[in-house]
Design a protein around this ligand. Structure first.
Ligand SMILES: [Zn+2]
Length: 468
């Protein structure tokens, strides 16, 4: 049986400051080595000051993943030398003197499979090495310490995944969960990174590091399973090792063997006292936790009678569910849900588009009401929505500027249909025996009216005209 385990690193990007100093937690967009101070540069004589908010946010993640949260937390030094680590040790957590990391023994259900969470720990992100060209051939390596000390939550799962698909579903779930908790923005480059370990029946555990995206992670797992199975088929032993993912060639390459593994000489970080989390704090964090995606979905289905698939899409994305929550009591909920999950989704599918969107909840209410009262057609609403997202103009302005007034006047529509039928003599003949051709004729009427013709009325007029 194939066993896959994950080690996920997610940055708490929504915090103001780093884990042990007041530099910005979100280092992106700044000149290299400008988001630094003596503490995160590890200068002698400095002392770390723990960011209490980071402990709370990490604890919230642990609770959301159904982990146990110890009352006492401790930090440890993990000693190793690497240019991206100015102190020569990383402050992290370890459970050697009993459970002292942020969370332990959690579990979540993914695709009806229980995935156990071994532990969750809080640590600091190292700096970033920037290579000129590829990392193997480069002559020059630059270091940017802007990221050094960013609060990082490490989530380690048991090797409970059986295939790459389960891994993908889990990571999607996790990234939605982090967004829903407002602790991290998964769309930011490098905000969530994962290492993976893979073993097949009878083989040793192989760890793959350095995987840049979720998409590549799935490919790396596929590759590694195939590689190990091919070795096993030829009776070649699978050794325990760490492999790197080669992004260009889409293969894994051996990096270091078990016997070469580093000895980190962990010891207690004496500069940070043990942290006590009392039950009052835990209660407060629990109360402040936003509604989970699962419970949101269930509420949308049971209370608003929204179809399960639509509810799933709506609840798993914070941007859309926030929008929905703001307007759900103002107008027809099902229509709002539909417009958000069909039309709006295509218009604001990136972070940048969302930030630039001029759409307000009020716009959505007006739009749904206009469709309901037959003021505009569904097709016209789609055109109007696109314009509103771009310009933020009022619906009535958009309707008059783009000439989107609903053509539901039978005599006006009959005039347009007569014109279409006279231009489409062959199609009219075919429509008498083939109902599919009627759709083609409706399409032509829609084209002429820029989507403003009432579809039901159009159909009934065309049907009558063809039958006679
Ligand atoms: Zn700093």
């Amino acid at each position: 049986m194939t066993k896959i385990g994950l080690e996920i690193h997610c940055q708490l990007t929504n915090l103001e400051s780093k884990l042990f100093c007041t530099c910005r937690a979100n280092y992106r967009g700044y000149e290299p080595n400008t988001n630094v101070c003596p503490i995160c540069m590890g200068l002698p004589g400095t002392l770390p000051l723990l960011n209490q908010k980071a402990v709370e946010k990490a604890t919230t993640i642990a609770m959301a993943l159904n982990c146990k949260t110890p009352e006492k937390l401790a930090f440890f030094r993990k000693n190793y030398f690497y240019p991206d680590l100015p102190k020569n040790f990383q402050i992290t957590q370890l459970n050697v003197y009993g459970p002292t990391s942020i969370g332990l023994e959690g579990k979540v259900l993914v695709d009806e499979k229980e995935i156990r969470i071994l532990r969750i720990q809080l640590e600091e992100d190292p700096g970033r090495l920037i290579y000129e060209g590829s990392s193997e051939k480069t002559q020059i390596t630059l270091v940017d310490y802007n990221r050094a000390g960013t609060p990082l939550v490490e989530i380690v799962t048991e090797p409970d995944f059986e295939n790459p698909k389960q891994v993908r579903l889990f990571l999607n779930m996790l990234s939605d969960l982090l967004e829903n908790l407002s602790v991290s923005d998964p769309e930011l480059e490098g905000a969530i990174r994962a290492d993976v370990n893979v073993s097949i029946q009878g083989g040793k555990r192989v760890e793959i590091k350095n995987i840049g995206s979720f998409h590549d992670l799935e490919k790396a797992i596929h590759f590694e399973i195939t590689r190990q199975e091919s070795l096993a088929a030829r009776n070649i032993q699978i050794i325990q090792e760490t492999r790197h993912w080669d992004e260009q060639r889409k293969i894994t390459i051996s990096a270091r063997r078990k016997e070469e593994e580093l000895e980190y000489r962990y010891f207690l970080e004496g500069d940070i006292p043990w942290i006590l989390i009392d039950s009052q704090t835990l209660d407060r964090l629990k109360n402040d936790m936003p509604e989970s995606i699962i419970s949101k979905k269930e509420r949308y289905i049971s209370k608003y009678k929204i179809p399960s698939q639509v509810a799933e899409v709506l609840s798993s994305d914070k941007f859309y569910s926030d929008m929905f929550e703001q307007v759900r009591d103002e107008t027809n909920v099902k229509d709002v849900a539909n417009i958000i999950t069909t039309d709006l989704m295509g218009l604001v599918d990136t972070k940048e588009k969302r930030e630039n969107s001029k759409l307000t909840p009020q716009h959505l209410v007006e739009l749904v009401n206009a469709i309901k009262s037959n003021k505009i057609t569904r097709t016209a609403a789609k055109i109007a929505l696109k314009e509103i997202v771009k310009s933020g103009k009022t619906l009535s302005d958009v309707i008059s500027e783009l000439d989107l007034v609903h053509v539901s006047d039978a005599s006006e529509l009959t005039r347009i249909i007569d014109q279409v039928l006279s231009e489409e003599i062959i199609a009219v003949e075919q429509a008498k025996t083939n109902p599919d051709t009627i759709n083609y004729l409706i399409g032509k009427v829609m084209q002429k009216t820029k989507g403003n013709a009432d579809p039901k009325l159009t159909l009934s007029i065309i049907q009558k005209k063809i039958q006679t």
